[in-house]
Design a protein around this ligand. Sequence first.
Ligand code: ARG
Length: 390
Amino acid sequence: MLLNFKSLLELRYLGLCTHLAISRYASKGGGKIDQEVLKQLEEGYKKLTESNSKSLLKKHLTKEIFEKLKTQTTPSFNSTLMHCISSGLCNHDSGMGVYAPDPEAYKVFADLFDPLIEDYHKCFKKTDKQPATKFGKGKDFENLDPDGNFIVSTRVRCGRAVKGFPFNPCLTEQDYGELESKICGAVMTLSGEYKGKYMPLTGMDKCVQEQLIADHFLFKEGDRFLAAAGASRYWPTGRGIFLNDTKNFLVWCNEEDHIRIISMEKGGDLGKVYDRMVGGVEALGKQLEFNRDERLGFLTFCPTNLGTSIRASVHIRLPSLMCQPEEMKKLAEKYRLQIRGTSGEHSEAKDGVHDISNQRRMGLTEYEIIKEMHDGIKGLIEAECKARNS
Ligand code: ARG
């Protein structure tokens, strides 16, 4: 659904977000908030508080914090609280419900972001600092499933923002073009196993696009959480995907983040997949300047991805464990893993295949994040074997 809408206003007309005039949520210049925006914020907030939303936005946006932040704006882009929370106000089924419209928003709206970050990333307090980048070596991680009994495929990705640009809701059409040419220029310098081609979404053949999505290479279109956050403007301008010749290394351009760097292959060789991603990030880091914050680590549009921005996942079959959902939930919590459906977030599991990944991305080094996921998946496989034999 929801393809190619040009503005948030269209979204409103589609009736998905009738209570918010979010197309007008940009504040006027000079750091003053538009009265209409303020009214929409008040209404949206009231609806959220009266709803049974389980989002972290609802949990942490107290009346006191709301009152304090509702008239604030960021210095460089005049982003408002509405920019930060429109997705959660439109989508009460959000897990988080919050995005940062520009890097400064993490500071200006810290009273909201900090508790959310602490909650999602399990104990990253506002006095904590993301440790320096340390990738380490993938060889330390053994193949999680050498006999191929459980794991269908393994994927590791990270996100990067290009310094000097805000995030989606504040990007102009021209920014999208500029970002795309920078990113495209950088990926085209990649050589060896990384050599490949860049395919812009604009003008992409529909069959090619559908196949890329079916193969889990390309992002889907029409994510209502992103759309309501103002992240789908000018779609498909500036969006695209780079794929290496072997089809195990990818770079997404201007989807949720400016850049997503992805390594994936069949089977459970996490170390190999991780090393390939690290090699790609390091090569691209020589071409582009990434935006990294002293305290928060790599800056991303969604606070769930801050810090290392790494999400390491497997598509895995655990049929016996899946019959015990309570036990499964307990184990996921114990190992700090997140369980998603086969086609990623907000999707269903097909043929018993689940997408399981590290939940937190902050407060640990890259190496430690991978280790946490590795040990967790190992633990789940052991539990599956036990469940089968009991
Ligand atoms: N905003 C969505 C929610 O709150 C997604 C959050 C995390 N996922 C992401 N792709 N950033 O449920």
